[in-house]
Unconditional design. Structure first.
Length: 157
């Protein structure tokens, strides 16, 4: 795993991984950068490792072991209780790929999830203007050949 660039001023972080295990490791590292409340869009093609990254974030927050984190493609939402430095954190992992309208999205109650202790990670969130508008950042994962991935994290200031 190599850290390609860290630009503190713009809060942009870039990483390259070469395996699922390394992607989980970057997720663990990212958990330390994500202070609640956050709503982040997870952007990437099918199979690029969005859920794999969430496995590491959940593990670092003591919310779940990697094998307990699965894609919420059909359930739409997974909720985990974690903590960092003794403070409780709610981790919400959503997948809105199958939703087609803002009206369908409203039924998930995303506004209700956005408490002071919440990290909300939304796969395919870029499909919806309301999520893009509320997002505090984005994690974009791009396949660069084989198992290699470029992970770019942009956090709004």
């Amino acid at each position: 795993m190599t850290e390609a660039a860290v630009v503190a001023k713009g809060k942009v972080y870039e990483f390259t991984t070469h395996s699922g295990t390394e992607t989980v490791g970057i997720g663990r590292k990212l958990a330390g950068l994500l202070a609640p409340p956050q709503l982040l869009i997870l952007r990437g093609d099918l199979g690029t490792g969005k859920t794999t990254l969430v496995k590491g974030i959940a593990q670092a927050l003591e919310a779940a072991e990697p094998d307990e984190v699965t894609s919420p493609t059909f359930t739409l939402l997974h909720e985990f209780d974690g903590e960092r430095e003794g403070q409780p954190i709610k981790l919400y992992h959503l997948d809105v790929y199958r939703l087609e309208s803002e009206r369908q999205l409203e039924t998930l109650g995303i506004d209700d999830l956005l408490g002071d202790d919440a990290l909300v990670l939304v796969e395919w969130g870029e499909k919806f203007k309301s999520i893009v508008k509320r997002a505090t950042g984005e994690i974009a994962i791009t396949a660069t050949g084989g198992n290699a991935r470029k992970i770019a994290v942009t956090l709004k200031s």
